[in-house]
Design a protein around this ligand. Structure first.
Ligand SMILES: Cc1cc2nc3c(=O)[nH]c(=O)nc-3n(C[C@H](O)[C@H](O)[C@H](O)COP(=O)(O)OP(=O)(O)OC[C@H]3O[C@@H](n4cnc5c(N)ncnc54)[C@H](O)[C@@H]3O)c2cc1C
Length: 436
């Protein structure tokens, strides 16, 4: 097959928008003004905000959810739909920082988040292609394969997860590529259609009585005695509780939080429809896939197994999806040469929120509740911590988490504009190449 030039890479019906939005467009909710009074105001209508809202609305609190854009505009309808245990630092690193007991509890929360989302979509009967398909985590260098294999044999006692090593010689049973040096299958990791999950969650939040006010940014928050005044361009709401659920879209509204999260663009493409036999060859067991690069690639087949959805970070600074698309296509074609001549139907991006300690954070600042900083792995964790946050707002004992009270770090001179991102991406990409 001849190699297509970048200008030919886009399908005639190409969209610079998430693949998921074709099937689940952003909801056309009635344009209502926010009420003057509420008991709980939630800023942000992604998984964190909606899971918190479900708790407070079902708990009988008058709940209002604001979003600056359409409902679910942020990461929650843009992501790759890969669900893991979400906690990035390993047990030893966490034990060094926080002691073994706390480290154990934090790792357990990762497992709790994975279990929670599966139980939630089942109990709420949300039709969103959730499946425990397992993850193939591919080693991009021989040394990484050895590290992975070792980690499988030395899992901390009580924190073991079901996984098995796949040597390079057997790799084709997991992935139609020879680029990798083997890998590990994490059997309990799952996949989901993120926008259908968001849609089902939104429907339940509205059914529980919460008011959704899209296209209505919170522009100011002021404390008045026990209450808050939340300002918006369409009126001010007086409320007892405020929840900040803005993650990678955290802005000047909450300067203290903005100094603690690092917004990083993550980019995805979808291929045009492929022949089922080709998808069966590339991703034979319908696994979700990621690799050991620090600047990671993550990919999967679409739920209908007609498209490959391929994501990663392909530029030092943020770029337009029309430019990231061909770069991702190049990376994808190195893994799957069969896709070199296939077109891109969608290319999009969204902002994830990293934290300086690579952990998610939940807590209260100046009386406002927040949960954020999922470091790119928030499908399960934002859902779980959003739910816990809602319980905390209700004052319920079960709202306690292992993340409560962890210091939420910032750095001197950091105000929310990650000037260090480009050199960091450059450094980690260089390390990834060096490992190879
Ligand atoms: C391309 C991409 C791929 C990803 N892939 C995966 C994956 O495969 N697996 C995984 O686990 N995670 C993945 N993630 C991360 C995951 O999607 C997020 O961690 C998660 O969705 C965060 O949910 P959230 O509700 O906290 O934030 P978001 O869904 O981002 O919602 C924040 C909302 O806050 C709103 N907002 C901001 N400021 C205001 C304001 N002042 N007033 C009102 N509203 C405001 C925004 O408009 C936005 O809608 C991915 C993310 C991206 C971008």
């Amino acid at each position: 097959m001849t190699k297509t030039m970048p200008s030919d890479l886009f399908a005639s019906d190409f969209k610079a928008a998430p693949y998921w939005w074709d099937e689940v467009p952003r909801p056309d909710l009635p344009r209502v003004d926010p009420p003057a009074q509420a008991e709980v105001v939630i800023v942000g209508s992604g998984y964190t905000g909606l899971q918190a809202a479900l708790q407070t609305a079902r708990g009988g609190r008058h709940t209002v959810v604001l979003d600056a854009e359409a409902a679910g505009f942020g990461c929650s309808t843009r992501n790759g739909g890969q669900i893991s245990t979400s906690v990035k630092p390993g047990f030893d690193e966490l034990a060094r920082r926080h002691g073994r007991e706390r480290a154990f509890a934090i790792m357990q929360e990762g497992r709790n988040s994975l279990r929670y989302i599966g139980d939630f979509v089942r109990d709420e009967q949300i039709d969103c292609d959730f499946g425990v398909v397992g993850r193939f985590h591919a080693a991009h260098a021989p040394g990484r394969y050895e590290e992975l294999a070792r980690s499988v044999g030395t899992q901390p006692k009580g924190l073991e997860v079901a996984c098995h090593v796949v040597p390079r010689a057997e790799q084709r049973s997991e992935i139609g590529s020879d680029l990798y040096h083997g890998g590990v299958v994490y059997e309990s990791h799952a996949s989901i259609n993120p926008a259908r999950y968001h849609q089902g969650l939104l429907q339940r939040v509205v059914a529980a009585g919460a008011e959704l006010v899209p296209h209505c940014p919170a522009t100011g928050i002021e404390r008045i005695g026990q209450d808050f005044l939340v300002q918006t361009p369409r009126g001010t709401i007086r409320t007892r509780e405020v929840v900040i659920a803005t993650n990678g879209y955290t802005g000047p509204l909450t300067g203290w939080l903005r100094r603690r999260v690092i917004p990083i663009g993550s980019y995805v493409i979808a291929t045009e429809a492929l022949e089922p036999e080709l998808v069966d060859k590339l991703i034979p067991k319908n696994r979700i896939v990621s690799d050991t690069r620090k600047v990671v690639y993550y990919y999967r087949a679409s739920p209908d197994r007609r498209h490959i959805l391929f994501g990663g970070r392909v530029s030092l600074s943020e770029i337009d999806p029309r430019r990231s698309g061909p770069l991702l296509h190049g990376a994808m074609s190195r893994i799957f040469p069969e896709l070199a001549g296939r077109k891109i139907s969608h290319s999009w991006c969204g902002f994830v929120a990293y934290s300086f300690d690579e952990l998610m954070h939940i807590g209260r600042h100046e009386g406002m509740h927040y949960a954020m900083g999922y470091c790119g792995s928030g499908v399960g964790m934002a859902s779980y911590l959003g739910m816990r946050l809602g319980q905390q707002v209700l004052g319920l004992a079960e709202g306690k988490t292992a993340f409560d009270g962890l210091p939420f770090q910032t750095r001197p001179f950091y105000s929310g504009n990650p000037w260090f991102l480009a050199p960091s991406v450059l450094y980690y990409s260089w390390r990834d190449r060096l490992a190879r």
